[in-house]
Design a protein around this ligand. Structure first.
Ligand code: PLP
Length: 383
């Protein structure tokens, strides 16, 4: 790649054009385009194998999968303990399900739920715990499990970032009572748009199926007030193709993440949020925290923009600071999450990013540091 081409923060993985065409060819014969067709069934089977779970249901996107996962437990009121350091979808899914989010702070080391505070937030109104496996890391699932068992509440994980990760050798789809995966174009594994729910109790499948297809159980029977969240055959075909290359993609991401680690580890004021001990990450994001005195996150963001490099303030703002929520929730109750939202930047990371580009990005970050040092040396009284 030429040295001055713009670098996007992410780039969707796609199979070769011919591979996809071959995959969709049979649809012109069957004329079966959606409603749980052959590709849908095949992808569901292959994902069960890949994620080592017997129970998985596909959805048209991750958000509707999360809403269905929450609603499949059947609560019509109550509190759900969750994190504000996440994408809009997590909080919206709770609120749109008629439940009340209660926000727990996060661990400063990696941005996952602070389990000490979680324990203190459980009340007799708590009906569910909904943590997020942020950035391809995995939450402190042992502690969360123990708390959930003690108070007898289900745990539904937002695992949108965590496709294919493992904790102590256990696949992420086997953690908690249910987990939602997003197969959006920007995720590690994509079906253009798409998602899935994995679940522990096989009895949940019926409820999930009702929620995704209008509550229909037969040609003349509708048993529940369901919506429409079916993954179509073209999406499933994209998934079948991308799944063939997923291990290779994750390995490439790993090599790139290691290069970032080598290049940024010596820099003062920069810290990469590392996965917890025992986690095999999928390297879905490269979250760098700029919390030193030298440079603010926003300075680094601007410097990278100027150099044609697209980073993302992900997640900023916290969901509790959104216009639709800020009158209702107070982000001061989660100060660690608020601090991370001010200081975290996800740097470009995708399977076909060049190693040279990682060097270019790290050079741009480092150049910002030395320039700032020089400013400080030149104007010692300015601060
Ligand atoms: C992407 C994402 C979702 C929503 O998934 P979609 O497939 O885009 O609907 C939910 N939660 C998190 C943390 C995400 O990153």
């Amino acid at each position: 790649m030429s040295t001055n081409e713009p670098i996007p923060v992410t780039r969707s993985s796609m199979p070769d054009f011919d591979e996809y065409v071959e995959e969709i060819r049979s649809l012109w014969g069957s004329r079966w385009l959606t409603n749980m067709g052959a590709k849908h069934r095949q992808l569901e089977d292959e994902l069960c194998t890949y994620l080592k779970t017997p129970n998985l249901a596909l959805f048209s996107n991750g958000h509707l999968a999360l809403e269905a996962a929450i609603q499949s437990f059947g609560f019509d009121s109550g509190e759900v303990i969750t994190t504000p350091l996440t994408f809009a979808s997590t909080t919206h899914a709770i609120v749109r399900s008629g439940l009340e989010p209660v926000f727990c702070d996060v661990d400063p080391a990696d941005g996952t739920l602070d389990v000490q505070m979680l324990d203190s937030l459980v009340t007799d109104k708590t009906v569910m715990i909904l943590p997020v496996h942020v950035y391809g890391n995995i939450c402190d699932v042992d502690a969360i499990d123990a708390i959930a068992r003690r108070y007898d509440v289900p745990v539904v994980y937002d695992a949108a970032h965590a496709f294919g990760t493992t904790y102590k050798g256990v696949g992420v789809a086997n953690l908690g009572d249910a987990s939602m995966f997003s197969f959006h174009a920007t995720k590690v594994f994509n079906t253009i748009e798409g998602g899935a729910v994995s679940f522990r109790d096989p009895g949940l499948r019926r409820q999930l199926d009702l929620l995704k297809n209008f509550g229909i159980t037969g040609p003349e029977t509708v048993e529940a007030v369901g919506g429409n969240a079916k993954l179509n055959e073209f999406q499933a075909a994209m998934g079948l193709c991308n799944l063939r290359h997923i291990d290779e993609d994750i390995l490439r991401r790993k090599v790139l993440a290691q290069q970032y680690g080598r290049r940024l580890s010596g820099l003062e004021g920069v810290r990469i949020l590392e996965p917890r001990h025992g986690v095999q990450s999928n390297f879905s994001y490269l979250p760098a925290v700029f919390d030193g005195v030298q440079l603010t996150r926003d300075d680094v963001f601007e410097r990278l923009q100027t150099a044609g490099i697209n980073a993302r303030k992900y997640f900023s703002p916290l969901t509790t600071d959104y216009a639709c929520y800020r009158d209702r929730f107070d982000s001061r109750s989660t100060p660690v999450a608020a601090g991370l939202a001010q200081s975290v930047l996800t740097l470009p990371l995708f399977a076909d990013l060049a190693l040279d580009d990682v060097d270019r990005i790290c050079d741009a970050v480092a150049a910002g540091h030395s320039a700032d040092d020089m400013v400080k040396l030149a104007t010692p009284c300015a601060r």
